[in-house]
Design a protein around this ligand. Structure first.
Ligand code: F6P
Length: 544
């Protein structure tokens, strides 16, 4: 079989590159001024979200070229393949069916869908029992605190959703422990009572070192408080595809909720991995979260590429990475409850698209997934926005802005919104040298001094950004937002010709970690260690 052409060999690649070079010095402000339709034409609506990409450094011709590239990669059939359960994860020979987890029906996937609906029902029952305070611990006290022990995809999604939907919380508090650093577990348990605490051991593989270590310590904490072995089922649930390992740990099958090998960890918040969130916000709200994501799936699967929100976002990502040399992407939620969004998106995008070979193993001669970073506005304005505005690094940005606040403090929220819109506009308009000089002179500065200082105030502008808005941050719009970024990640991966659903790169570090743990524990080992690592091991041993 002939190898699939790489992205850089696609027929329209060169032309797109030329269009990008022609646009480099282009002024986004001028494009907006000369095209009265641009602001509305470059805004898409889907599943309760609006994407305004009118401040991106693209014109209609460039967009058309990008859409041609998408067509040349077979984007439409790739999307259909993902949604229909084709084995898109080719290195592990599996589909990636996270969309099935939020679907309300599934043509052609009846067996898997039956498992999903059965698991959803079990999850609903557990979540209602805990949410309503009907589940008691070993002393008869109702459970008031749930601790999710998991890491990566078994932590970041539920942690984000739990925090983002705080206004929907009931009486049970959920906590998250991920780090193998004992301080994480210890700090979390400090204010908790074992008699009213339930742990969810969340691990698809049930083999992850951090999760198992923390779970053993949690079990010991429970036993130290007087729980007997036969009480443990009142305090431990597992979410896993490895029932045997969960049973070895002491969690009985009736307390295990399933995971499947066809759902990647970073795409799993829709499964029982989201159980802690369903307990916190109640089942109806969790169902609304699933429905919001399903509405985005529907849009992704049916909208033409030119008006398909995840497609446009993926094309823009590739545009800057491959034609402008951008090595990063910044996400700036202007809503404090979304402050974990960048952490979640880091795993989603960087574990998915941090790849250096194509789906069929060819080394790539172009860049793939950029570094994703960010934080909740307005804090970044007083920290890293200086670099966004005047640094030499191109940082394409997404602003995420719910238009209303759950706090009832509308005046203060107005300030938040003003800051968001101001940052988005400032990135675009910048300030010319002349404007900088004039502003200094108008403030009474002597002209020679103004001349010297002006270059420090000048800002090039044209720094590309989109604004994603929603009427309010609700379970449904949060679901749609997460699904939007999942699909954007897929679209970029298709363009780059990579498999977005494996993560082989994390394995070697785990293996070497085991070897080093042996050496730190004084075991004899054949593992060859370099002199630098050996010296650090000796330094640690000497410090004990
Ligand atoms: O090490 C990376 C990883 O495999 C992620 O892909 C995954 O989300 C995380 O570890 C946790 O895995 P598990 O749910 O199997 O404990």
């Amino acid at each position: 079989m002939p190898a699939t052409p790489l992205f850089s060999q696609l027929p329209s690649y060169r032309e797109t590159q030329q269009l990008a070079s022609a646009l480099q010095p282009g002024s986004v402000s001028a494009m907006l001024a000369s095209d009265p339709q641009r602001a509305s034409d470059f805004t898409l609506a889907a599943a309760g979200l609006q994407l305004d990409y009118s401040k991106q450094l693209v014109d209609r011709k460039a967009l058309q070229a990008l859409l041609t590239l998408a067509a040349e990669t077979g984007m439409s059939s790739a999307i259909a393949g993902l949604l229909n359960g084709e084995r898109v994860n080719n290195t592990e020979d599996r589909p990636a069916l996270h969309t099935l987890l939020r679907a309300s029906s599934a043509d052609g996937l009846a067996d898997k869908f039956a498992e999903v609906t059965a698991a959803r029902e079990t999850m609903r029952q557990w979540s209602e029992r805990l949410h309503d305070g009907r589940h008691s611990g070993f002393s008869g006290l109702p459970i008031t605190d749930v601790v999710n022990i998991g890491i990566g995809g078994s932590d970041l999604g539920p942690r984000l959703v739990n925090e983002a939907l705080r206004p929907y919380h009931g009486n049970v508090s959920c906590h998250y422990v991920a780090n193998v650093d004992p301080a994480d577990l210890q700090d979390t348990l400090l204010d908790l009572d074992p008699a009213s605490t339930l742990f969810i051991v969340c691990s698809k593989s049930f083999r992850t070192e951090e999760t198992l270590t923390n779970s053993l310590a949690a079990r010991q904490w429970m036993k130290n408080a007087g729980a007997r072995d036969e009480d443990l089922d009142k305090h431990f649930l597992a979410v896993t595809s490895n029932l045997e390992a969960a049973a070895d740990f002491g969690i009985s099958p009736g307390n295990c909720l399933p995971m499947w090998d066809w759902v990647g960890g970073r795409y799993s918040v829709w499964s029982a991995v989201g159980l802690s969130c369903a307990i916190a916000i109640g089942w109806d709200n969790f169902q609304a979260f699933l429905d919001g994501a399903a509405a985005m799936d529907e849009h992704f699967g049916t909208a033409p590429l030119a008006s398909n929100m995840p497609v446009i976002m993926g094309l823009l990502e590739v545009w800057y990475v491959n034609f402008f040399g951008a090595g990063n992407h910044v996400v700036l939620p202007y809503d404090n409850s979304l402050q974990k969004l960048p952490d979640f998106l880091q795993q989603l995008t960087m574990e998915s698209n941090g790849k250096r070979v194509s789906r069929d193993g060819q080394a790539l001669d172009y860049r793939t997934g950029p570094v994703l970073w960010g934080s909740a506005g307005t804090m970044g304005q007083h920290s890293f926005h200086q670099l966004l505005h005047q640094g030499t690094e191109l940082c394409p940005a997404d602003f995420v802005l719910p238009l209303t606040t759950h706090t009832g403090m509308t005046e203060q929220h107005r300030r938040l919104v003003a800051n968001c819109l101001a940052q988005s506009r400032t990135m675009m308009v910048g300030r010319s040298l002349d404007q900088a000089r004039e502003s200094l002179v108008s403030r009474g500065m002597e002209s020679r001094q103004a001349e010297a200082l002006a270059p420090h105030l000048a800002m090039p502008g044209n720094r590309p950004n989109s604004v994603i808005t929603m009427a309010a941050l609700t379970p449904a719009t949060l679901g749609a937002l997460i699904a939007l970024y999942e699909h954007r990640t897929f679209v970029s991966g298709v363009l780059w010709g990579i498999n977005s659903f494996d993560q082989w790169g994390v394995e070697l570090g785990k293996e070497i970690g085991v070897q080093i743990l042996g050496l730190l524990s004084g075991e004899e080992s054949d593992a060859a260690m370099d002199s630098a690592t050996r010296r650090l091991i000796d330094e640690w041993l000497a410090a004990q």
